[in-house]
Design a protein around this ligand. Sequence first.
Ligand SMILES: NC(=O)c1ccc[n+]([C@@H]2O[C@H](COP(=O)([O-])OP(=O)(O)OC[C@H]3O[C@@H](n4cnc5c(N)ncnc54)[C@H](OP(=O)(O)O)[C@@H]3O)[C@@H](O)[C@H]2O)c1
Length: 257
Amino acid sequence: MTASTPSHTAPCAIVTGHTRGLGAALADLLLARGIRVLGLGRGTNEAAGRRHGEALVQATIDLADPAALERWLATDALRSFTGEARCVLLFNNAGTVDPIAPCGTQDAGAIARAVTLNVAAPLMLANAIAAPGAAHPEAERRIVHVSSGAARNAYSGWSIYCATKAALDHHARAVALDAPHGVRISSVAPGVVDTGMQATIRATGIEQFPLRERFEQLKQNGQLATPEAAALQLIDYALSDAFGSTPATDVRELAKA
Ligand SMILES: NC(=O)c1ccc[n+]([C@@H]2O[C@H](COP(=O)([O-])OP(=O)(O)OC[C@H]3O[C@@H](n4cnc5c(N)ncnc54)[C@H](OP(=O)(O)O)[C@@H]3O)[C@@H](O)[C@H]2O)c1
């Protein structure tokens, strides 16, 4: 895959958790379309850096550390990345399914990290990108929260994950009512995707996650989406005229529409 050279007004995208899984696929596919990417992660994606050169900018930040994110947002890194782009996409993708355990047995620190990573960081980034000064005055801003079916269905063992993903859905609904100028938002569940997160789920004890067998069967039966297929659906939706018409949706519903 070779990177094409984006024009200075071409869309650009911010992708959190671009180091692996769905986020790495999002970054690769966006870059292959000539869309510059700013990847925010705890580490860097060396392979993507080699493939795409300067079109991929990487900032190292622990998104479970709200003070670190606040400090980064106070710099001009976001504004200098967005430049003259007339469309800025934000994929709030980084997330964790941990802690997987019934309430009363969860690690307090793990709860705090999950809520910060899954909720505080996406909300802080959405606020930053919607601010008038974050991009060219004529730039449209499109915010994609990467949600989950767990936002809409409750699963035993996933109380923290379910609560955090439901928070993203409800944030998108309320922001859609704010209707900030030039801002569209949607919280989108990507389906069940074959990533490290699914490996974590399959490695969890039945006592912690009684539904583990269902996820083992999905893997065995080849029913997991590839990260590339899920990323393609998210990107096509984010760039479509319909984007934001439904503040909370699912790629499986979009595929039927
Ligand atoms: N896989 C699924 O079936 C599925 C289904 C529904 C929704 N989702 C959602 O899709 C998104 C991506 O999931 P995935 O399956 O690709 O998960 P994954 O394979 O576990 O990857 C998670 C990504 O988030 C990054 N990340 C984790 N903690 C971070 C932190 N503290 N600061 C910065 N980055 C951090 C990881 O970076 P490191 O390399 O630094 O760990 C990695 O790039 C998540 O929001 C998840 O909830 C996934």
